[in-house]
Design a protein. Structure first.
Length: 466
């Protein structure tokens, strides 16, 4: 029997507002612990929340980007649980009336577009951060005490929930990468996994291929790496298949992926909505976004990365198109002139290897460099790519102009190199022809790569055979 994986994702994104969701404390990731707090986010009695308008607008913008309907009326609820990172004893979240519903995300894949339903996107506040001390790598197991940093408490957080429309770990990973790129381009989050501003839960089940049933799922919580997510999913798929094939039953459970970076709620094997005692937040009126604001935000949507991939596919094929967009090199790709496939390849390989920020590059200069790449030695080209993000970078420096092409200029250098390496000269003359490259290399090094390599070859050979 063939098994089909069924995967649904819940993605949490920190919004990059200036202040927190319900108070005016600044959001500053690197601020000293517990220095960005106030009576509201510390839950002092009588403190009242005031929603952050910018966070609501960012969520609406995201909703548009995900093709969601923006509701006329969304309601904040209290979601109760008990944990040290939650000073109020409840989290303000949205429950059965979230702000954005019924969207779809079109994921370009090697075999066309995959439509992934977006069930909802809602706005909530993040909990504080538990910092486990004394254990390995900040993990809870083995820790001897836990400190709480309330700077994170009240950070605006959007949760995006997909339908179980994904059927491979590969597609799950690609969706997550593209969703990340989307929120970054919308300017609503920096979505940096190391900082925890992008985290996701992965729900996995399997079913006989061809069936449309939904079997019991397990959930891997708080993932913060695309590769770990893909591996975790793969492992879970195999585990479930083995259970079914040996006649067993999959139990619904939640697995914590990275206990060191947890945020509440704590893990229990089954968590039902009633456990949270959801109730409408009495201190906040429902959010009723004015239609003109909703429309204005729709008008502000830029071209999204998924659409850009689809636009590039014909020119450069799926892999390069996706790579360019997900790595953020697509804008540069559009500006650099020259053969599309060659430019894409260079950007994704040699250029990528330099680590240069694509945003810092002058596309016109890079175009010149790429155009002339066959006329310069390979290592000069690489060197030039590595410098292409420097202020005032000029391709000319590395091309014709800067190149030493006069025999008269090169001869003394070649003589010097030969004189400095009498042993190698003798070995060459004794038959070790392979040493030619050594001498050429020395000359190139001496001239910092500016010597014309063809000319150097000729000169060195001539002198050695003289
Ligand atoms: P809950 O509200 O209990 O968290 P939901 O039904 O809202 O559960 O689903 C949460 C996530 O789990 C969604 O991303 C959804 O797509 C996914 N999911 C639901 N059922 C399955 C299933 N049988 N297999 C895989 N994923 C599932
Ligand atoms: Mg859930
Ligand atoms: Zn505060």
């Amino acid at each position: 029997m063939n098994w089909e994986p069924v995967i649904g994702l819940e993605i949490h994104v920190h919004l990059k507002t200036r202040t927190k969701m319900f108070c005016r404390c600044a959001l500053e990731y690197f601020a000293p612990e517990n220095s960005r707090t106030c009576p509201v986010c510390l839950a002092h009695p009588g403190a009242l929340p005031v929603p952050n308008r910018k966070a609501i607008e960012m969520t609406i913008l995201l909703g548009h980007g995900l093709g969601c309907e923006i509701v006329d009326r969304a309601v904040f609820h209290r979601k109760h649980y008990f944990y040290p990172d939650l000073p109020k004893g409840y989290q303000i979240s949205q429950y059965d009336e979230p702000l954005c519903v019924d969207g779809a995300f079109s994921l370009p894949t090697a075999d066309g577009e995959l439509r992934i339903g977006i069930v909802r996107a809602h706005l909530e506040e993040d909990a504080a951060k538990n910092v486990h001390m004394g254990g390995a790598e900040g993990r809870i197991s083995g820790a001897d005490r836990t400190l709480v940093d309330f700077n994170r408490a009240g950070t605006p957080l959007v949760e995006i929930v997909t339908a179980p429309d994904i059927h491979s770990s590969e597609h799950a990973k690609r969706f997550l990468q593209l969703l990340r790129q989307t929120v970054v381009e919308l300017g609503i989050s920096d979505a940096e996994m190391e900082k925890g501003s992008l985290r996701f839960d992965v729900n996995v089940s399997v079913r006989p291929e061809g069936s449309d049933e939904l079997r019991t799922r397990t959930e891997l919580k708080n993932m913060n790496s695309f590769n770990f997510a893909a591996k975790g999913i793969e492992r879970e798929i195999q585990r479930q298949i083995e259970i079914y094939e040996s006649g067993g039953r999959v139990e619904q459970e939640t697995m914590h992926f990275d206990p060191g970076n947890e945020s509440a709620p704590p893990l229990r094997s089954k968590e039902e909505a009633q456990d949270y005692r959801y109730l409408p937040e009495p201190d906040l009126v429902p959010v009723e976004p004015p239609r003109d604001v909703v429309d204005r935000l729709r008008g502000e949507l830029p071209e999204l990365p998924g659409a850009r991939i689809a636009r590039f596919v014909d020119e450069v094929g799926f892999d390069l198109a996706e790579g360019l967009v997900v790595s953020g090199r697509d804008r540069l790709f559009e500006q650099v002139t020259g053969d599309r496939r060659a430019v894409a390849n260079i950007l994704m390989n040699q250029f990528a290897a330099t680590g240069v920020d694509p945003g810092a590059v002058d596309a016109a200069e890079l175009s010149k460099l790429i155009e002339a790449r066959d006329q310069v030695p390979r290592h000069v080209f690489t060197e030039a790519l590595a410098a292409s993000g420097d202020p005032g970078f000029s391709a000319e420096t590395y091309l014709g102009d800067g190149q030493i092409t006069e025999t008269g200029d090169l001869e003394p250098i070649v003589d010097r190199i030969l004189a400095a390496n009498p042993g190698q000269v003798e070995a060459y003359r004794g038959g070790k022809q392979g040493l030619l490259g050594f001498f050429v290399g020395q000359v190139m090094k001496e001239t910092e790569g500016r010597a014309n390599p063809k000319l150097v070859n000729e000169l060195v050979r001539e002198k050695l055979n003289a």
